[in-house]
Design a protein around this ligand. Structure first.
Ligand code: CS2
Length: 493
């Protein structure tokens, strides 16, 4: 097997697509915080395309690992061993896989190893954009748009001279830039949350105000926070996937990624310190991302949550497999047509029905074995972003609450960590509190409606909803998810 690094790059077999530019001429202009699989399959790909254009070599990526975990420490070592190179296998449903080596991450830092050095690196005037994939729950902004200074993670970090959180890291870098005259950078959220730019703004300004009012004011006037819509289904990579991908590519790549062939990125064109020519490589720019983002979150991600939570309970583990279950498909189709679509406004040139059909086609892609447990993970944060506004709209318009009540019931039951067949699975819920666990386990099933996931949904105010939720949750417990799902779907026909 061929190792992957700058030395081997010119000698890779011709069927592997390699960067179409000289990496030695590339310097970072964008720092990206939290270089997960999704970033490597999405933003890093667009940057890889842009770097092949004349005059764009100052827009390479500086990857920054933020979390102090063995996994992140190892990733930093692997990135160093491979000179930032990795392979991305793009899987179309009906064509051979394409393996690309992505070269856009030309520098990588593991922040916990030296946070002051990371801040100093971010203060370099050459860095003009800092993009983020810190997960849906990673912004801490509550349902009222407030950044909670009393949250233990935030309160503790505010006391540190050299902070650990992304808010502290970037704010301290901006302080140095303000002092040195380097000027601001754009903060670009690439996470799946409604109005992600506004949420990022609330979080960073909330933090900065608590630290230094003058700096906060400067940030308010100088830093921009464009909203973005990002889309590409990127499964988790388990050790067996590494083996499979490497066997297919012939590369000895420690950090391969795989994804679907579809890709989309829509961005508001508000960059305070310039941007690469992303419009020339397939990125859509617009004055208002909101309709794109609403459609994507409330159709794609919400469908995923429905499938993830009900599917894991029913004993499924893979998306393409669950798409063979006609009741699961009907659940998604009904949710899209009756619950989500009536509340959405299609962006120019987009038909919601067509978009919905394309989603189902993407979910059926058997070449990517996307994991339902990946999708179900952190539903505590995701349900607010993906399902809340639809749920509230359905209840407010007095439309049938069937599917909403079912997904709420499934979430509460999914937290038990055991499917209908008795098989145990890992519940990965970093934002679930101890109080949430007590409420989820309570014999009084209504208490689950007060969990963090449902903050601000006002579910208890609808007697119709509460009654249906109680019945469906009891049914999942007594008769299983399959039988209950069949009932939900026939009620919607
Ligand atoms: C998924 C997303 O994590 C989830 O819940 O819905 O990761 C989804 O695959 C991406 O947003 C697709 O763009």
């Amino acid at each position: 097997m061929t190792p992957l690094n700058n030395t081997s790059l010119p000698h890779l077999p011709p069927e592997i697509v390699v960067p179409a530019y000289d990496r030695s001429k590339v310097t970072p202009g964008i720092a990206h915080i939290s270089v997960g699989n999704f970033h490597r399959a999405h933003q890093a790909v667009y940057i890889d395309r842009v770097l092949a254009r004349a005059g764009q070599q100052g827009w390479g990526l500086l990857g920054i690992g933020l979390m102090e975990t063995p996994h992140e420490a190892l990733k930093a070592q692997d990135m160093a061993a491979q000179d930032g190179l990795y392979s991305l296998t793009e899987c179309a449903p009906d064509a051979p896989n394409v393996v690309r080596v992505i070269g856009s991450i030309t520098e990588y830092m593991y922040a916990p190893a030296d946070r002051a050095a990371t801040i100093a690196r971010l203060a370099d005037p050459a860095i003009r954009i800092v993009s983020l994939t810190v997960t849906e729950g990673g912004y801490y902004v509550d349902e009222n748009g407030v950044f909670p200074l009393d949250h233990p993670v935030i309160a503790e970090d505010l006391k540190r001279d050299v902070p650990h959180t992304v808010f502290g890291l970037l704010t301290e870098a901006l302080r140095q830039r303000r002092e040195s005259g380097a000027g601001p950078f754009t903060i670009l959220s690439c996470d799946n949350l409604p109005q992600n730019g506004h949420v990022a703004r609330a979080a960073f300004l909330g933090w900065a105000r608590a630290r230094d009012a003058g700096l906060a004011q400067w940030m308010e006037e100088n830093v921009t926070f464009p909203c973005t819509m990002v889309d590409r289904i990127t499964p988790a990579v388990h050790p067996e996937d590494v083996k499979r991908l490497d066997a297919e590519s012939g590369l000895d790549d420690r950090i391969p990624v795989f994804c679907e062939d579809f890709i989309q990125w829509v961005i508001e064109d508000r960059f305070c310190a310039g941007r690469p020519e992303l419009d020339a490589v397939g990125v859509q720019f617009t004055d208002n991302v909101e309709p794109y983002e609403a459609v994507k979150l409330h159709m794609l991600n919400a469908s995923h949550s429905l499938l993830g939570l009900s599917g894991v309970l029913a004993g499924y583990r893979v998306v393409s497999e669950i798409m063979l279950d006609l009741n699961e498909v009907a659940l998604v189709e009904q949710y899209l047509a009756f619950d989500a679509e009536p509340l959405l406004h299609a962006p120019p040139g987009m038909a919601l029905r067509e978009y919905g059909r394309l989603l189902l086609h993407r979910f059926r892609n058997r070449a990517i074995s996307d994991q339902l447990l990946r999708i179900a993970s952190d539903s505590t944060s995701k349900l607010s972003m993906f399902v809340r506004s639809t749920a509230m709209g359905v209840i407010a318009h007095r439309r049938p609450v069937e599917r909403i009540a079912f997904v709420v019931a499934c979430y509460a039951e999914y937290l038990r960590g055991r499917d209908d067949k008795g098989t145990l699975y890992d519940v990965i819920e970093p934002h679930l509190t101890d109080e949430d666990r007590v409420k989820a386990a309570s014999a009084n099933l209504e208490e689950a409606l007060d969990m963090t996931a449902f903050a601000g949904w006002n579910l208890r105010e609808s007697a119709v909803f509460v009654q249906r939720y109680l019945a469906l949750r009891q049914s999942v417990r007594d008769r299983g998810t399959h039988v209950t799902l069949r009932e939900v779907v026939s009620a919607g026909e």
